[in-house]
Design a protein around this ligand. Structure first.
Ligand code: PLP
Ligand code: ZN
Length: 418
């Protein structure tokens, strides 16, 4: 018997079909696996209190992974929670915490999905996996397919960042470039299930509610790392919104188990060049509209025109008294520089967007100076270092044996610091 039941994340109605799309016929909310926590509450409390040892699999008993005997793992999860005091000063709040998901094996939190997905597919002896992705999901699935020894097919849309394609190929995945939008790549991966017998692993609740549940372990880790003293705000970059919804789920479980006494306000952080969730929140809609036109932003990893898991996300924002914000590319790149120069973390634009939006909310007076703010740094910017050069001053050049020249250069730097 299964330990969980698929229920609507918004209205709680059970899901009968166990087939795609995993949407509630009553309210449009996304389905999620729900475990009866009350049946073994003390055990589950202990699992969460004992967490942050090896990573995602510390929480095995809380994950929908029946049938998996052997995990396909690269040591994902158990990421640091950094207290970002220097950044907090610049932004104007007393404390900022950074959940540093950039240190995951393939560079993003998507590894928490990939470890569950590949473990499940390997146990089921699925012949291959596939996905349409602009980069980070592909990198995650390619890395874990390599570890699992399973073929992986990646359908890449035009405009995908070259560095992500190189990473995918490096892991030995089979790359196919398509002259289509990302949505066409995703539906091609889906069609391929019948044509080629592979499993499509789009990283959203809409099509893959079970591995999406891996993201809730971020919530459990934050709980333990903050000694169950929850922050006032949790700011999460949003593309399809599975990440935001599942971190919330982690907090909801901890509240139900009595480990915490409140849930933070959740904020969806988007890029102004593609902000369907922020738009819907502002208009008071219960379902995001498709973003019109082509996304224009450096934060390609969150430039989803369709917020697949948006009905649940809007419900989370409303229930927690949170909101949504959008940052321009200029604000995002400035945040990327600040995170690196104040805290020593190189975050990719999509993840720096959480800090850029936090800053805007402080400026607007919505986040107050005394509030404790947590930003999720979802992906690693080591693959986007070209962007770090933008807006930097020219590097001084000194002639052979010109000590005075070096002195002048050093002094210029020191003066600029003051
Ligand atoms: C995929 C991704 C996101 C957004 O995740 P969703 O679950 O689609 O909202 C945020 N940041 C990075 C770096 C990503 O790769
Ligand atoms: Zn529902």
């Amino acid at each position: 018997m299964k330990k969980y039941q698929l229920v609507c994340s918004v209205c709680g109605k059970p899901f009968e079909d166990e087939a795609e799309p995993y949407v509630c016929p009553a309210c449009g909310g996304l389905m999620e696996p729900r475990i009866d926590l009350s049946a073994q509450a003390e055990h589950y409390r202990q699992v969460i209190r004992d967490g942050c040892q090896t990573g995602v699999w510390d929480y095995r008993d809380l994950l929908p992974v029946e049938g998996v005997d052997e995990a396909v793992t690269l040591g994902e999860g158990n990421t640091p929670l950094l207290s970002a005091d220097r950044l907090a000063k610049v932004i104007g709040v007393e404390s900022i915490f950074l959940k540093n998901e950039t240190v995951n094996p393939s560079g993003t939190y998507k590894d928490r999905f990939a470890t569950l997905a590949l473990s499940m597919e390997k146990a089921k002896k699925t012949p291959a996996v596939a996905l349409g992705s602009a980069g980070n999901a592909a990198a995650a699935m390619a890395a874990y397919s390599a570890k699992a020894g399973m073929p992986c097919f990646v359908l890449l849309p035009p405009g995908a960042v070259a560095e992500r394609g190189w990473q995918v190929r490096g892991y030995g995945a089979n790359l196919i470039r398509m002259e289509h939008t990302i949505d066409d790549c995703i539906s091609m991966a889906k069609q391929g299930e019948i044509l080629f017998g592979w499993k499509s692993l789009t990283t959203n609740m809409l099509t893959n509610p079970l591995p999406s549940d891996g993201y809730k372990t971020i919530g459990y880790e934050i709980g333990k790392q903050l000694d169950f003293q929850v922050p006032d705000w949790v700011i999460v970059p949003v593309g399809g919104a599975a990440l935001l919804n599942k971190i919330y789920k982690g907090f909801q479980d901890m509240l139900e188990l009595g480990l915490i006494n409140k849930i933070p306000r959740f904020v969806g952080a988007q890029a102004a060049g593609c902000a369907p969730l922020a738009d819907a929140f502002q208009k008071g809609l219960s379902k995001p509209e498709i973003w019109p036109g082509v996304p224009q932003t450096v934060a390609f990893a969150i430039a989803d025109v369709c917020v697949y898991d948006g009905v649940t996300a809007l419900d989370v924002l409303k229930k927690t008294g949170g909101g949504a914000e959008a940052a321009t590319d200029e604000e995002i790149l400035e945040a990327m520089h600040l995170i690196a120069s104040k805290e020593g973390v190189v975050a990719e634009p999509a993840s720096a967007c959480s800090v850029a939006c936090a800053r805007k909310l402080v400026q607007k007076g919505i986040i107050r100076t005394a509030d404790r703010v947590l930003c999720v740094l979802s992906g690693n910017g080591m693959r986007d270092l070209k962007l770090m050069e933008q807006g930097q001053k020219e590097v001084p050049f000194v002639k052979h044996r010109d000590v005075e020249g070096v002195k002048a250069a050093v002094n210029a730097y020191l003066e600029a610091r003051e």
